[in-house]
Design a protein. Structure first.
Length: 252
């Protein structure tokens, strides 16, 4: 059984993470597709501040800025934010569970690339409440996560695997832990003469669970899909879930 330490993020998001995901695992086509989706969701908020939660090295910040959006990138790791372009950079080093912003500071926010679910269930719910605090009424939130029913099944049958290119190799294995409803992984990146052993654990949710949690945080779900370019979502078989929600006005 894979048992990452509670603070696994500090080891996983090492400097080599940015090299790998901006290099051999970069998905330029995926990034553009995701930016097009975000641009459509936040079309009415151009010129207004938007928050990229878990921005990393700015994979979505850059194409959204090119589309005329004002984006603040937030990440826990300064060494990742330091990889963002310096010109016009708006980056804040901080914890998504305790956002260093005033209430209703943003016209919208997003958290993509499975960057939610890293904490205990209680902390995950507190994180959603924080997002609800900083997004203005009428603003949108886009959240991309693994869909638990499908990913639990996939993880149970996932055999250890290896992918290699001329200068990169990744070896990985995954495990579903039903007690904590978490996906756990362990692997090794080898890239240009460097290597990094990693572990992670991510609490996963169903669509219904997330919609209830978002409602408690002040959001109403307006869209659920499996892919950024498709409106289809199947509760039992879709591997990922992309939810778009709108912040309700607070009750007087």
């Amino acid at each position: 059984m894979i048992s990452p330490p509670p603070d696994w993020t500090r080891e996983y998001f090492a400097p080599l993470y940015a090299d790998v995901y901006s290099g051999p695992l970069a998905g330029a086509t995926d990034t553009e597709l995701e930016a097009e989706f975000l641009d459509a969701v936040f079309a009415g908020a151009k010129g207004e501040p938007l928050l990229d939660i878990g921005a990393g090295f700015g994979r979505h910040v850059r194409p959204m800025k090119k589309r005329g959006h004002r984006v603040v990138g937030l990440d826990l790791f300064a060494h990742l934010l330091g990889r963002m372009p310096q010109r016009g950079r708006r980056a804040v080093c901080g914890d998504m569970r305790r956002l260093p912003f005033a209430g209703a500071s943003f016209a919208g926010a997003w958290c993509l690339f499975n960057s939610f679910g890293y904490f205990s269930h209680e902390d995950n719910m507190a994180t959603l409440a924080e997002w609800g605090r900083v997004v203005r009424p009428g603003g949108h939130l886009v959240l991309q996560v693994p869909n638990r029913p499908a990913m639990a099944r996939i993880a149970r049958s996932f055999a250890p695997s290896q992918m290699m290119t001329e200068d990169f190799c990744v070896t990985e294995v995954y495990d579903y832990q039903s007690e904590t409803k978490s996906l756990a992984g362990r692997g090794l990146w080898q890239y240009k003469g460097r290597e990094h052993h990693w572990e992670f654990a991510m609490r996963m949710y169903t669509r219904a669970e997330l919609e209830r949690a978002l409602a408690k945080a002040g959001f109403d779900t307006v869209d659920a899909r499996e892919e950024f370019d498709s409106g289809d979502f199947r509760d039992r078989s879709s591997a990922q879930l992309i939810l778009t929600a709108r912040r309700r006005a607070p009750k007087e």
